[in-house]
Ligand binder design. Structure first.
Ligand code: ZN
Length: 166
């Protein structure tokens, strides 16, 4: 389905915008499943806003909910350049988003880039979330995988703080 790639390209653009503004190059877009309308885009705002929860998916969900004046985003499909983390999967579930497409798998982007390693939220994870009754969130990855992974090729985690309790 070519449409998926077209929407992922919009998410990639949001990722590049985030990167240009000093953020991490991860982007997301929410699309109206019935009309194909792009409702909201979002880039990672974590570094920009100094907000650890401001992942690209969360940013897009917040914008879409505000624009639509509802917390029910059950008509929207979420695209993300990177395999969503559990926080974002949860946020999508609470927003009733029925389907997520992502680009790069975390395990295929350099594992050392992220604190949490390995299979983070594989395609089965959506089914395991079970936060809402009657919601079976479909999650599938690999849409424009190479381009989405390439976005993070130059990303480096900031140095870690030593944690010590005297
Ligand atoms: Zn996330």
């Amino acid at each position: 389905m070519q449409q998926r790639e077209a929407y992922m390209k919009i998410a990639i653009q949001a990722a590049m915008d985030s990167s240009k503004n000093g953020g991490v190059a991860i982007g997301a877009v929410l699309v109206d499943a019935a009309t194909g309308e792009v409702v909201a885009t979002g880039g990672s705002q974590v570094r920009i806003s100094k907000d650890p929860t401001a992942h690209a998916e969360i940013t897009a969900i917040r914008t879409a909910a505000k624009l639509r004046s509802t917390d029910d985003l059950s008509g929207l499909i979420l695209f993300s350049t990177l395999e969503p983390c559990h926080m974002c999967l949860s946020a999508a579930a609470w927003a009733r988003v029925p389907q997520i497409f992502f680009g790069a798998y975390r395990k295929n982007v350099d594992e050392t880039l992220f604190d949490i390693k390995g299979d983070f939220s594989d395609e089965q994870e959506g089914k395991r979330m079970n936060l809402r009754e009657n919601l079976t969130m479909k999650v599938s990855g690999g849409v424009l995988e190479a381009e989405c992974a390439e976005l993070l090729a130059t990303y480096h985690e900031p140095p870690k703080h030593a944690f010590k309790i005297a």
